[in-house]
Design a protein around this ligand. Sequence first.
Ligand SMILES: Cc1cc2nc3c(=O)[nH]c(=O)nc-3n(C[C@H](O)[C@H](O)[C@H](O)COP(=O)(O)O)c2cc1C
Length: 286
Amino acid sequence: MKFLIFYFSGTGNTKMILDQYVCHFQEEGHSVDIRNIDDYFNKKIEDNLNIYDKIGLFYPIHAFNAPSNVLEFAKNIQKLESKKPLFIVKTSGEPLALNNISSLKVKSILKKRGIILENEYHYCMPYNIIFRHSDNMAYKMWESAKKVIPYDCKEITAGQKRKLKYIPCGRFLAWVFRIEHWGGRFNGKRYKVKDECIKCGLCARRCPTHNITIENGEFKFGKNCLMCMRCSFHCPKNAIKIGLFEKWKVNGAYSFLPNENEEERHKKYCKKSYKKYFERIEQRTK
Ligand SMILES: Cc1cc2nc3c(=O)[nH]c(=O)nc-3n(C[C@H](O)[C@H](O)[C@H](O)COP(=O)(O)O)c2cc1C
């Protein structure tokens, strides 16, 4: 089978999941071409999608939706000559069923282009905004994802469909939450750089929408912010202030290593949902 996978990953979680998928597909003898949606900002899609057997789309959930660059990217895909099966893979910080609605819009955009959703998977990965999960929790999430991904890959290659359940009024709710796309652009212009900044330029070089420019040592934040957190999450000096969401900022990569001694933050937060999520994976992989 020949796969073409498009992905967006703000801070790396979704890319980690993608790498696992690619390994498993290749181990099963399939060929996989990967495209980073970062590379399509203001650029046309040159690929001929007609030559592939299945299309994959990977992204992090942003406010119960796909990030705005993913929607823009989907709109730029050509209408295909014949229908193609699609699998969507998403990551998010919490396992709430409300997150399932995040594919409704992108699914309908792609359907009009002949790319039809057949499989959909969702993995919990540590938050890159709101609060920092403990490394132990991040480890648990990552181990669970790695455990279940081979089963999910097998379903895709075997043509066994799997859809997530959408809550009632999901389409309307997703539409309401898409205010985040506008809010991100509004808030992004309010980003500031603190004195701790060493002007390494990592943020500007890696911004997926080229929204950060440095002129004569001064940082400028434009109007194309996706709120993906790449700049502030990976800033080596934690020197970027993220506007109205400064209190929710998470800085620095997770180790994904077990650390039993580390205190779990917000122990009660979505406790039941996380428990159910981990139990579901245990059940499925028995
Ligand atoms: C602007 C923004 C909005 C987010 N919204 C949600 C959300 O609605 N639900 C959720 O569970 N996680 C949410 N998250 C957390 C991310 O989906 C999660 O940390 C994801 O794994 C990040 O993936 P990445 O590292 O590939 O960008 C949000 C993160 C950002 C930056």
